[in-house]
Design a protein around this ligand. Structure first.
Ligand SMILES: C[S@@+](CC[C@H](N)C(=O)[O-])C[C@H]1O[C@@H](n2cnc3c(N)ncnc32)[C@H](O)[C@@H]1O
Length: 197
């Protein structure tokens, strides 16, 4: 794709994200809980219902699932959750400064099993750094997958990452996702920010 076209596509995606943020969470400030790649939204819909004091955002790149999830939570009268169509990297880089991530869930992200596709995996050192930059000091990252090699890669990444370290805490909230229900087995790990002092 020519550079000018790529720049125009990115600008249009940023504008779309900003219009969704303006429409749904313009008056939000402070800590938020984020699910990246929420799919059908089952986890975040249940999480938001169970945590009415938390403000919750869920993002995905597939719009029809998000619209269904938003309709469902609107019907349930939940005002503390918004589903946004956004690519994770673009979202992190354009999150309003008034919002700080306190809890981040990444549940069953696409594993990109072939070695030549590993570069497409969401959780990589640079993304984790950009994510950390948008978190507050109390932030927690929860990762769950049924793909053992991706799990091992993320554990190794977090163990050595300059911004994150692995922690041993109970998983904050259980609600099976569509992919969790299909998985014969899965593994979870959690991380906190390293002290910035
Ligand atoms: C394997 S599905 C898992 C969905 C859900 N978390 C679950 O457990 O059922 C991965 C999801 O991540 C979304 N996704 C993939 N890449 C993404 C990205 N860069 N930013 C946001 N969402 C993404 C896909 O559209 C898809 O819905």
């Amino acid at each position: 794709m020519p550079i000018e076209t790529a720049q125009a596509v990115t600008a249009s995606r940023v504008a779309h994200l900003q219009s969704q943020l303006a429409a749904k969470v313009a008056d939000w400030t402070g800590p938020v809980t984020l699910e990246i790649g929420c799919g059908h939204g089952h986890f975040m819909a249940a999480y938001a219902a169970a945590h009415p004091d938390e403000r919750c955002l869920a993002i995905d790149i597939i719009v029809d699932r998000l619209e269904r999830a938003q309709r469902k939570t609107d019907r349930a009268g939940l005002t503390n959750v918004a589903f946004l169509r956004a690519e994770a990297g673009l979202f992190i880089d354009h999150l309003p400064a008034a919002l700080q991530l306190q809890r981040v869930f990444v549940l069953f992200p696409d594993p990109w099993p072939k070695r030549r596709h590993h570069k497409n995996r969401l959780l990589q050192a640079d993304f984790l750094h950009r994510l950390a930059e948008r978190c507050n000091a109390y932030a927690r990252l929860g990762f769950r997958t049924d793909h053992a090699p991706y799990f091992e890669e993320v554990v190794a990444l977090l163990a050595e990452h300059p911004d994150w370290h692995l922690i041993d805490e109970p998983w904050r909230f259980e609600q099976a996702t569509v992919f969790q229900n299909r998985a014969p087995a899965f593994q979870s790990c959690q991380a906190a920010l390293r002290s910035r002092a």
